[in-house]
Write a new protein. Sequence first.
Length: 437
Amino acid sequence: MRSPVHVHDEIAPLRRVVVHEPGDEIVQMTHWDLERLLFDDLLSPTGTAREHRLMAQMLADAGAEVLELTELLRTAVTRAPAASLEQLLHRVCEMAGVRELAPRLVQWSAPELARGLVCGVHWHEVDEVPPSLARLRARIFDPRDMALRPLPNLMFMRDPCIAVYDRVVVGRMATAARAREALLVAFALEWSENGVIGDFSAADPLLMPEAHSGLEGGDVLVISPQVMLIGCSERSQPQSIEHLAREVLFPNYPDLEQVWTVMLPAARSMMHLDTVLTQIDRRLFLGHAPLLRRSLADGGAGVVALRPGRPPQLQETRSVLDVLREAVGADVELVPCGGEDPLHQEREQWTDGANALCLAPGRFILYSRNVKTIEALGALGFAEVRVSTVQDPKQRREIVRAGMERERTVFGFSGSELSRGRGGGRCLTMPLARAGS
Protein backbone atom coordinates (compact mmCIF):
# COMPACT_ATOMS: atom_id res chain seq x y z
CA MET A 1 0.00 0.00 0.00
CA ARG A 2 1.22 3.47 -0.84
CA SER A 3 1.93 5.67 2.19
CA PRO A 4 2.93 9.28 2.85
CA VAL A 5 6.54 10.28 3.45
CA HIS A 6 7.01 11.26 7.09
CA VAL A 7 10.58 11.98 8.18
CA HIS A 8 10.84 14.93 10.55
CA ASP A 9 13.89 13.85 12.53
CA GLU A 10 16.63 11.21 12.76
CA ILE A 11 15.53 9.30 15.86
CA ALA A 12 11.75 8.78 16.11
CA PRO A 13 10.64 5.12 15.95
CA LEU A 14 11.31 3.74 12.48
CA ARG A 15 8.08 2.73 10.73
CA ARG A 16 8.90 2.25 7.03
CA VAL A 17 12.26 1.83 5.33
CA VAL A 18 13.69 0.82 1.93
CA VAL A 19 16.71 -1.46 1.59
CA HIS A 20 18.36 -3.33 -1.26
CA GLU A 21 19.95 -6.70 -0.65
CA PRO A 22 23.09 -6.95 -2.81
CA GLY A 23 22.92 -9.69 -5.40
CA ASP A 24 24.38 -10.48 -8.80
CA GLU A 25 25.59 -6.89 -9.23
CA ILE A 26 28.29 -7.72 -6.64
CA VAL A 27 29.29 -10.86 -8.54
CA GLN A 28 29.78 -8.84 -11.72
CA MET A 29 32.65 -6.81 -10.19
CA THR A 30 36.31 -7.66 -10.76
CA HIS A 31 39.42 -6.01 -9.32
CA TRP A 32 39.68 -3.99 -12.53
CA ASP A 33 36.40 -2.26 -11.60
CA LEU A 34 37.21 -1.24 -8.03
CA GLU A 35 38.30 2.36 -8.55
CA ARG A 36 35.62 3.14 -11.14
CA LEU A 37 32.88 1.55 -9.04
CA LEU A 38 34.06 3.29 -5.82
CA PHE A 39 35.08 0.16 -3.91
CA ASP A 40 38.32 -0.58 -2.06
CA ASP A 41 38.05 -4.35 -2.29
CA LEU A 42 35.96 -7.15 -3.74
CA LEU A 43 33.15 -8.27 -1.45
CA SER A 44 32.02 -11.83 -0.83
CA PRO A 45 28.57 -12.00 -2.46
CA THR A 46 27.34 -14.65 -0.03
CA GLY A 47 28.73 -12.97 3.08
CA THR A 48 27.56 -9.52 2.06
CA ALA A 49 24.02 -10.74 1.36
CA ARG A 50 23.93 -12.69 4.63
CA GLU A 51 24.96 -9.65 6.69
CA HIS A 52 22.53 -7.42 4.85
CA ARG A 53 19.68 -9.88 5.37
CA LEU A 54 20.47 -9.92 9.09
CA MET A 55 20.28 -6.13 9.22
CA ALA A 56 16.95 -6.07 7.38
CA GLN A 57 15.53 -8.67 9.75
CA MET A 58 16.65 -6.59 12.74
CA LEU A 59 14.72 -3.61 11.35
CA ALA A 60 11.61 -5.75 10.91
CA ASP A 61 11.97 -7.28 14.39
CA ALA A 62 12.16 -3.74 15.79
CA GLY A 63 8.78 -2.92 14.24
CA ALA A 64 9.57 -1.39 10.85
CA GLU A 65 7.99 -2.29 7.52
CA VAL A 66 10.98 -3.20 5.35
CA LEU A 67 10.63 -2.72 1.59
CA GLU A 68 13.04 -4.28 -0.92
CA LEU A 69 13.94 -1.96 -3.79
CA THR A 70 14.05 -4.71 -6.43
CA GLU A 71 10.45 -5.64 -5.63
CA LEU A 72 9.39 -1.98 -5.68
CA LEU A 73 11.06 -1.59 -9.07
CA ARG A 74 9.42 -4.73 -10.45
CA THR A 75 5.91 -3.59 -9.52
CA ALA A 76 6.66 -0.05 -10.71
CA VAL A 77 7.65 -1.36 -14.14
CA THR A 78 4.32 -3.20 -14.26
CA ARG A 79 2.15 -0.29 -13.07
CA ALA A 80 3.80 2.76 -14.64
CA PRO A 81 2.28 4.36 -17.75
CA ALA A 82 4.06 3.24 -20.91
CA ALA A 83 5.29 6.78 -21.58
CA SER A 84 6.91 7.01 -18.12
CA LEU A 85 8.65 3.66 -18.52
CA GLU A 86 9.90 4.59 -21.98
CA GLN A 87 11.21 7.90 -20.64
CA LEU A 88 13.07 6.10 -17.84
CA LEU A 89 14.68 3.62 -20.23
CA HIS A 90 15.61 6.36 -22.69
CA ARG A 91 17.38 8.33 -19.94
CA VAL A 92 19.10 5.25 -18.51
CA CYS A 93 20.38 4.11 -21.90
CA GLU A 94 21.37 7.59 -23.02
CA MET A 95 23.29 8.05 -19.76
CA ALA A 96 25.15 4.79 -20.46
CA GLY A 97 25.89 5.75 -24.07
CA VAL A 98 23.74 2.95 -25.51
CA ARG A 99 20.63 4.79 -26.67
CA GLU A 100 19.87 2.04 -29.18
CA LEU A 101 19.14 -0.35 -26.31
CA ALA A 102 15.99 1.37 -24.99
CA PRO A 103 13.46 0.09 -27.61
CA ARG A 104 14.54 -3.49 -26.90
CA LEU A 105 14.47 -3.22 -23.11
CA VAL A 106 10.94 -1.86 -23.06
CA GLN A 107 9.81 -5.25 -24.41
CA TRP A 108 11.30 -7.21 -21.50
CA SER A 109 9.13 -8.70 -18.76
CA ALA A 110 8.93 -6.79 -15.48
CA PRO A 111 11.15 -9.20 -13.48
CA GLU A 112 13.69 -9.39 -16.32
CA LEU A 113 13.82 -5.61 -16.69
CA ALA A 114 14.07 -4.93 -12.94
CA ARG A 115 16.97 -7.38 -12.73
CA GLY A 116 18.73 -5.91 -15.77
CA LEU A 117 18.47 -2.32 -14.57
CA VAL A 118 20.22 -3.26 -11.31
CA CYS A 119 22.51 -6.18 -12.20
CA GLY A 120 23.39 -5.07 -15.71
CA VAL A 121 22.60 -6.17 -19.25
CA HIS A 122 24.93 -8.20 -21.49
CA TRP A 123 25.06 -7.54 -25.20
CA HIS A 124 24.29 -11.19 -25.91
CA GLU A 125 20.93 -10.67 -24.18
CA VAL A 126 19.99 -8.12 -26.86
CA ASP A 127 21.45 -9.76 -29.98
CA GLU A 128 18.82 -8.23 -32.25
CA VAL A 129 20.06 -4.69 -31.50
CA PRO A 130 22.07 -3.45 -34.54
CA PRO A 131 25.87 -3.35 -34.14
CA SER A 132 27.29 -0.11 -32.75
CA LEU A 133 30.66 1.33 -31.82
CA ALA A 134 29.75 0.98 -28.13
CA ARG A 135 29.07 -2.72 -28.62
CA LEU A 136 32.33 -3.32 -30.48
CA ARG A 137 34.31 -1.49 -27.80
CA ALA A 138 32.71 -3.64 -25.09
CA ARG A 139 33.65 -6.76 -27.05
CA ILE A 140 37.30 -5.65 -27.16
CA PHE A 141 37.82 -4.28 -23.64
CA ASP A 142 35.15 -5.88 -21.43
CA PRO A 143 35.26 -9.68 -21.14
CA ARG A 144 31.75 -9.56 -19.64
CA ASP A 145 30.45 -7.82 -22.79
CA MET A 146 28.22 -5.45 -20.78
CA ALA A 147 25.79 -3.06 -22.45
CA LEU A 148 24.51 -1.69 -19.12
CA ARG A 149 26.95 -1.98 -16.24
CA PRO A 150 25.83 -3.28 -12.82
CA LEU A 151 25.07 -1.08 -9.81
CA PRO A 152 26.96 -2.61 -6.85
CA ASN A 153 26.60 0.61 -4.82
CA LEU A 154 22.81 0.42 -4.88
CA MET A 155 22.82 -1.36 -1.53
CA PHE A 156 23.70 2.04 -0.06
CA MET A 157 20.09 3.13 -0.28
CA ARG A 158 20.56 6.34 1.70
CA ASP A 159 22.13 8.23 -1.19
CA PRO A 160 20.05 8.17 -4.43
CA CYS A 161 16.88 9.76 -3.03
CA ILE A 162 16.24 11.55 0.24
CA ALA A 163 13.03 11.51 2.29
CA VAL A 164 12.73 15.00 3.80
CA TYR A 165 9.67 15.90 5.87
CA ASP A 166 6.79 14.97 3.51
CA ARG A 167 8.57 14.74 0.15
CA VAL A 168 11.24 12.85 -1.76
CA VAL A 169 14.24 14.76 -3.03
CA VAL A 170 15.69 13.01 -6.08
CA GLY A 171 19.45 13.18 -5.62
CA ARG A 172 22.13 13.93 -8.16
CA MET A 173 24.82 11.30 -7.83
CA ALA A 174 28.31 12.74 -7.93
CA THR A 175 29.89 9.89 -9.90
CA ALA A 176 29.10 8.22 -13.20
CA ALA A 177 29.16 4.78 -11.53
CA ARG A 178 26.03 5.67 -9.53
CA ALA A 179 24.32 8.07 -11.94
CA ARG A 180 21.28 5.95 -12.81
CA GLU A 181 20.54 4.96 -9.19
CA ALA A 182 18.54 8.13 -8.48
CA LEU A 183 16.41 7.55 -11.60
CA LEU A 184 15.60 3.97 -10.61
CA VAL A 185 14.80 4.71 -6.97
CA ALA A 186 12.60 7.70 -7.82
CA PHE A 187 10.74 5.65 -10.46
CA ALA A 188 10.21 2.78 -8.01
CA LEU A 189 8.90 5.05 -5.26
CA GLU A 190 6.62 6.96 -7.62
CA TRP A 191 4.99 4.02 -9.40
CA SER A 192 5.17 0.94 -7.17
CA GLU A 193 2.01 -0.22 -5.43
CA ASN A 194 4.03 0.07 -2.21
CA GLY A 195 5.56 3.41 -3.11
CA VAL A 196 5.05 6.82 -1.55
CA ILE A 197 2.45 9.55 -1.51
CA GLY A 198 4.08 12.95 -1.68
CA ASP A 199 5.88 15.45 -3.85
CA PHE A 200 9.11 14.71 -5.69
CA SER A 201 11.71 17.47 -6.02
CA ALA A 202 14.87 17.34 -8.12
CA ALA A 203 18.13 18.21 -6.41
CA ASP A 204 19.45 19.41 -9.75
CA PRO A 205 16.67 20.28 -12.22
CA LEU A 206 19.08 22.09 -14.56
CA LEU A 207 21.39 19.06 -14.83
CA MET A 208 24.52 21.11 -14.31
CA PRO A 209 27.89 19.50 -15.13
CA GLU A 210 29.04 16.99 -12.53
CA ALA A 211 31.90 19.23 -11.42
CA HIS A 212 29.38 21.78 -10.18
CA SER A 213 26.54 19.54 -9.09
CA GLY A 214 25.86 16.71 -6.71
CA LEU A 215 23.61 15.95 -3.76
CA GLU A 216 23.55 12.57 -2.03
CA GLY A 217 21.42 11.45 0.89
CA GLY A 218 24.32 10.55 3.16
CA ASP A 219 24.97 14.27 3.50
CA VAL A 220 21.45 15.18 4.67
CA LEU A 221 20.42 15.02 8.35
CA VAL A 222 16.90 16.11 9.29
CA ILE A 223 17.35 17.28 12.87
CA SER A 224 13.89 18.78 13.44
CA PRO A 225 11.18 20.73 11.59
CA GLN A 226 13.26 23.84 12.36
CA VAL A 227 16.81 22.66 11.55
CA MET A 228 18.65 20.53 9.00
CA LEU A 229 22.34 19.73 8.56
CA ILE A 230 23.79 19.11 5.09
CA GLY A 231 27.36 18.10 4.40
CA CYS A 232 29.25 19.92 1.66
CA SER A 233 31.53 17.03 0.81
CA GLU A 234 33.23 14.95 -1.83
CA ARG A 235 29.75 13.99 -3.06
CA SER A 236 27.49 17.02 -2.41
CA GLN A 237 28.33 20.35 -4.01
CA PRO A 238 27.61 23.94 -2.87
CA GLN A 239 25.38 24.82 -5.83
CA SER A 240 23.08 21.83 -5.28
CA ILE A 241 22.87 22.46 -1.53
CA GLU A 242 21.92 26.10 -2.05
CA HIS A 243 19.36 25.16 -4.70
CA LEU A 244 17.77 22.63 -2.34
CA ALA A 245 17.60 25.13 0.52
CA ARG A 246 16.45 28.17 -1.47
CA GLU A 247 14.15 26.58 -4.04
CA VAL A 248 12.73 23.53 -2.24
CA LEU A 249 13.10 23.63 1.53
CA PHE A 250 12.52 27.22 2.62
CA PRO A 251 9.54 27.86 0.27
CA ASN A 252 7.75 24.63 1.27
CA TYR A 253 8.54 24.46 4.99
CA PRO A 254 7.94 27.79 6.75
CA ASP A 255 8.93 26.28 10.11
CA LEU A 256 12.43 25.57 8.79
CA GLU A 257 14.62 28.30 10.25
CA GLN A 258 18.05 27.29 9.04
CA VAL A 259 20.05 24.75 7.12
CA TRP A 260 23.51 24.33 8.58
CA THR A 261 26.10 23.34 5.98
CA VAL A 262 29.07 21.38 7.32
CA MET A 263 32.19 21.84 5.21
CA LEU A 264 33.95 18.47 4.96
CA PRO A 265 37.31 17.65 3.38
CA ALA A 266 37.03 16.13 -0.11
CA ALA A 267 38.22 12.76 1.19
CA ARG A 268 36.92 9.23 0.66
CA SER A 269 37.09 8.54 4.39
CA MET A 270 34.57 11.36 4.92
CA MET A 271 32.61 11.12 1.68
CA HIS A 272 29.31 12.02 3.41
CA LEU A 273 28.30 13.82 6.59
CA ASP A 274 26.89 10.61 8.06
CA THR A 275 30.34 9.01 7.93
CA VAL A 276 31.35 11.41 10.71
CA LEU A 277 28.06 12.28 12.46
CA THR A 278 24.75 10.59 13.30
CA GLN A 279 22.12 11.18 15.97
CA ILE A 280 21.44 8.36 18.44
CA ASP A 281 19.18 9.91 21.10
CA ARG A 282 17.31 13.13 21.80
CA ARG A 283 20.38 14.92 23.15
CA LEU A 284 23.09 12.58 21.95
CA PHE A 285 25.13 12.36 18.77
CA LEU A 286 27.84 9.93 17.67
CA GLY A 287 30.70 11.37 15.68
CA HIS A 288 34.32 11.95 14.75
CA ALA A 289 35.41 14.21 17.60
CA PRO A 290 38.53 15.82 16.02
CA LEU A 291 36.37 17.27 13.26
CA LEU A 292 33.22 18.13 15.21
CA ARG A 293 34.40 19.46 18.57
CA ARG A 294 36.66 22.09 17.03
CA SER A 295 35.75 25.22 15.10
CA LEU A 296 37.19 26.03 11.70
CA ALA A 297 39.59 28.43 13.41
CA ASP A 298 40.88 25.54 15.55
CA GLY A 299 41.22 23.04 12.71
CA GLY A 300 37.75 21.50 12.75
CA ALA A 301 34.96 21.49 10.19
CA GLY A 302 33.61 24.81 8.95
CA VAL A 303 29.92 25.53 9.46
CA VAL A 304 27.84 27.86 7.31
CA ALA A 305 24.32 29.05 8.15
CA LEU A 306 21.73 29.19 5.36
CA ARG A 307 18.63 31.16 6.36
CA PRO A 308 15.61 32.31 4.33
CA GLY A 309 16.28 35.53 2.46
CA ARG A 310 19.84 35.92 3.77
CA PRO A 311 23.26 35.19 2.25
CA PRO A 312 25.30 32.25 3.58
CA GLN A 313 27.14 33.09 6.79
CA LEU A 314 30.38 31.36 7.76
CA GLN A 315 30.74 30.71 11.50
CA GLU A 316 34.52 30.52 11.86
CA THR A 317 34.61 30.32 15.66
CA ARG A 318 31.77 27.80 16.12
CA SER A 319 32.07 24.04 15.94
CA VAL A 320 29.51 21.54 14.69
CA LEU A 321 28.92 20.63 18.34
CA ASP A 322 28.21 24.30 19.11
CA VAL A 323 25.64 24.38 16.31
CA LEU A 324 23.97 21.19 17.56
CA ARG A 325 23.70 22.64 21.06
CA GLU A 326 22.00 25.71 19.65
CA ALA A 327 19.66 23.65 17.46
CA VAL A 328 18.76 20.83 19.86
CA GLY A 329 19.65 21.93 23.38
CA ALA A 330 22.54 23.17 25.50
CA ASP A 331 22.91 19.72 27.07
CA VAL A 332 23.71 17.97 23.77
CA GLU A 333 26.67 15.58 24.03
CA LEU A 334 28.90 14.08 21.35
CA VAL A 335 30.00 10.48 21.90
CA PRO A 336 33.42 10.16 20.25
CA CYS A 337 33.58 7.41 17.65
CA GLY A 338 36.49 5.23 18.79
CA GLY A 339 36.49 6.74 22.29
CA GLU A 340 39.00 9.38 23.36
CA ASP A 341 42.10 7.69 21.90
CA PRO A 342 43.08 9.44 18.61
CA LEU A 343 44.34 6.16 17.14
CA HIS A 344 41.03 4.36 17.62
CA GLN A 345 39.09 7.46 16.56
CA GLU A 346 40.74 7.25 13.14
CA ARG A 347 40.45 3.46 12.87
CA GLU A 348 36.79 3.23 13.82
CA GLN A 349 35.70 6.25 11.81
CA TRP A 350 37.04 4.34 8.79
CA THR A 351 35.02 1.24 9.75
CA ASP A 352 31.75 3.21 10.05
CA GLY A 353 31.82 3.61 13.81
CA ALA A 354 29.99 6.94 13.46
CA ASN A 355 27.36 5.62 11.03
CA ALA A 356 24.45 4.57 13.25
CA LEU A 357 20.82 4.07 12.29
CA CYS A 358 18.26 4.90 14.98
CA LEU A 359 15.40 2.45 15.40
CA ALA A 360 13.94 4.64 18.17
CA PRO A 361 15.43 7.22 20.54
CA GLY A 362 18.38 5.58 22.29
CA ARG A 363 18.16 2.35 20.27
CA PHE A 364 20.29 1.97 17.16
CA ILE A 365 22.34 -0.43 15.07
CA LEU A 366 26.12 -0.33 14.61
CA TYR A 367 28.78 -2.72 13.34
CA SER A 368 30.02 -4.77 16.30
CA ARG A 369 33.62 -4.49 15.09
CA ASN A 370 33.72 -0.91 16.44
CA VAL A 371 34.55 -2.07 19.96
CA LYS A 372 36.04 1.17 21.29
CA THR A 373 32.98 3.10 20.16
CA ILE A 374 30.71 0.59 21.86
CA GLU A 375 32.81 0.85 25.04
CA ALA A 376 32.36 4.65 25.00
CA LEU A 377 28.62 4.15 24.59
CA GLY A 378 28.61 1.68 27.47
CA ALA A 379 30.00 4.38 29.75
CA LEU A 380 26.84 6.37 29.01
CA GLY A 381 24.50 3.55 29.90
CA PHE A 382 24.07 1.81 26.53
CA ALA A 383 23.68 -1.96 26.76
CA GLU A 384 25.25 -3.83 23.86
CA VAL A 385 23.01 -6.48 22.31
CA ARG A 386 24.84 -8.75 19.87
CA VAL A 387 22.81 -9.95 16.92
CA SER A 388 24.22 -12.72 14.73
CA THR A 389 23.42 -14.76 11.65
CA VAL A 390 23.95 -17.97 13.65
CA GLN A 391 21.12 -17.21 16.09
CA ASP A 392 17.79 -18.94 15.66
CA PRO A 393 15.41 -16.43 13.98
CA LYS A 394 12.84 -16.74 16.76
CA GLN A 395 15.50 -16.25 19.43
CA ARG A 396 16.93 -13.29 17.54
CA ARG A 397 13.50 -11.69 17.30
CA GLU A 398 13.07 -11.94 21.05
CA ILE A 399 16.56 -10.52 21.64
CA VAL A 400 15.82 -7.50 19.44
CA ARG A 401 12.43 -6.91 21.02
CA ALA A 402 13.92 -7.11 24.51
CA GLY A 403 16.59 -4.62 23.48
CA MET A 404 13.93 -2.25 22.20
CA GLU A 405 12.33 -2.31 25.65
CA ARG A 406 15.47 -0.90 27.24
CA GLU A 407 16.04 2.84 27.45
CA ARG A 408 19.43 2.69 25.73
CA THR A 409 20.59 -0.15 23.48
CA VAL A 410 23.21 -0.49 20.77
CA PHE A 411 22.49 -3.48 18.54
CA GLY A 412 25.87 -4.73 17.36
CA PHE A 413 25.90 -6.88 14.23
CA SER A 414 28.61 -8.34 12.04
CA GLY A 415 29.58 -6.16 9.09
CA SER A 416 32.92 -7.63 8.08
CA GLU A 417 31.88 -7.67 4.41
CA LEU A 418 29.43 -4.76 4.37
CA SER A 419 31.90 -2.38 6.02
CA ARG A 420 34.43 -3.06 3.25
CA GLY A 421 31.98 -1.32 0.94
CA ARG A 422 32.36 1.87 3.05
CA GLY A 423 28.94 2.24 4.63
CA GLY A 424 27.14 1.41 7.87
CA GLY A 425 23.53 1.01 8.94
CA ARG A 426 22.51 4.55 8.04
CA CYS A 427 24.12 4.31 4.61
CA LEU A 428 22.31 1.05 3.88
CA THR A 429 18.79 2.32 4.58
CA MET A 430 16.32 4.91 3.31
CA PRO A 431 13.67 5.67 5.95
CA LEU A 432 10.33 6.69 4.44
CA ALA A 433 8.44 7.14 7.69
CA ARG A 434 9.14 7.63 11.36
CA ALA A 435 6.57 7.91 14.13
CA GLY A 436 5.38 11.32 15.24
CA SER A 437 2.77 13.97 14.63
